[in-house]
Ligand binder design. Structure first.
Ligand code: GMT
Length: 382
């Protein structure tokens, strides 16, 4: 198949899923064309099956806000036509699904039918999409997509609850490449961070409010009061400055390190003992899956799609949003030397259920289904 993939090229989960999916499809022999405003951060190589088309956004003094959606739609038209694509797969509804709708209508006037699959990732539904400034467009473009997928059962449910959706939504969960995300032997690294055998706690996120990084710091400070421990924070974003201030107030700066955006997250996860994800909302929790693949148990909230990934008492524990005392107790239980090996084993076993080799065929067969349905519909119309 020749597939156009549209996504945010940054470090965010939706961009990571889109890029890893494209790379895996290319390995299977499909021709993949990424259409984004800059080269996706995980697209570290290009080959005969992988191409990248940059969306050029022309600025003009009249534009206070450059019309990105129009530039994107124009680029989609161009790539679909010139590369003879079979399907467009857009990740994150805003503004990709509506731009794809526009591209599809333009192409229709030129006798070209292009099926569009939209994947809902989370905040495009649970936070931003619901806002009155976007809701009508999000509802319309989901209903106009030829196929819609959501990354968890919970996100599917929430989409039906929050929008007037007439389309079927297929659940295809996030996935992991276990070749890349696996526990590596990094004893020297562990020794450098935890010279006295301290427990190593890790958090990865984009440091937005929804991630509740403040709770990570509070939980860690509580753990630190009980046992020798270190905290590594990976990623960057608006809440980082506040989190740094909180560490200073709690007097734990010597045992906390902010690593910023990292390419090789798996190297840090390889030496971690516990991953904390206290999010307010989380449609799936890809960062937690990455940790589990590296044999790291997870303490998370019980919100969104997290209970579909993290197993209570198995791969870690789940608590109510904001219940830092409960998350502390559970963290200490998991970190107990008598319990940790069992949790680590379970985390890896669970991660294997989301191996890319299991999830990729779900996308391939869904594409096939959508293409057949769209072709049949357009034949009936002519
Ligand atoms: O909030 C993030 O982590 C980024 C965001 C995105 O769209 O880039 O992630 C969402 O999509 C990921 C991939 O499908 C999911 O694993 C995350 O759970 C989801 N984030 C939220 O729902 C907050």
């Amino acid at each position: 198949m020749k597939i156009g993939i549209v996504c945010y090229p940054t470090f965010g989960g939706s961009g990571v899923v889109a890029t890893e999916l494209g790379k895996a499809l290319a390995k299977e022999g499909h021709k993949i064309h990424f259409i984004t405003y800059s080269q996706p951060s995980r697209l570290d190589f290009l080959n005969e099956n992988l191409s990248y088309h940059e969306v050029n956004i022309r600025s003009y003094p009249l534009f206070e806000y450059a019309p990105y959606e129009l530039a994107l739609a124009s680029k989609m038209v161009d790539v679909v036509k010139n590369e003879r694509l079979d399907l467009l797969h857009v990740h994150y509804a805003i503004p990709h699904a509506s731009a794809a709708y526009m591209a599809k209508q333009i192409l229709k006037t030129q006798g070209i039918t292009i099926p569009v699959v939209t994947t809902l990732h989370g905040t495009d539904i649970t936070l931003v999409g619901k806002d009155a400034s976007y809701e009508p467009v999000v509802t319309f473009s989901i209903n106009q997509s030829d196929g819609v997928t959501a990354v968890s059962e919970d996100l599917r449910k929430e989409t039906y609850q929050s929008f007037r959706i007439t389309n079927d939504i297929e659940v295809i969960p996030n996935f992991i490449d276990l070749e890349k995300f696996k526990k590596q032997k990094k004893d020297h690294f562990k020794k450098a961070i935890c010279p006295n055998g301290e427990a190593l706690v890790v958090h990865t996120s984009n440091f937005r409010k929804v991630k509740r990084v403040g709770d990570v710091i509070t939980i860690f400070a509580n753990i630190h009061n009980e046992i020798p421990a270190k905290l590594l924070l990976i990623g960057d974003g608006p809440e980082r400055v506040r989190a740094e201030a909180q560490c200073r107030e709690l007097g734990i700066c010597d045992d906390v390190r902010f690593l910023g955006k990292l390419e090789a997250v798996e190297e840090v996860l390889s030496v971690a003992d516990l991953f904390i994800m206290p999010s307010e909302k989380e449609s799936f929790g890809l960062a937690a899956l990455e940790a589990m693949a590296c044999e790291v148990p997870v303490i998370s909230t019980n919100t969104g799609g997290l209970p579909e990934l993290n197993i209570q008492g198995g791969t870690g524990f789940l608590s109510n949003v904001g219940d830092v005392e409960d998350m502390t107790r559970k963290s200490l239980f998991v970190l107990d030397k008598n319990n940790l090996p069992r949790f680590k084993e379970n985390a890896l076993r669970r991660a294997k259920e989301f191996d890319i080799s299991r999830i990729l065929p779900l996308y391939e067969s869904y594409y096939q289904q959508v293409m057949e349905k769209t072709a049949a519909k357009s034949t009936n119309l002519t």
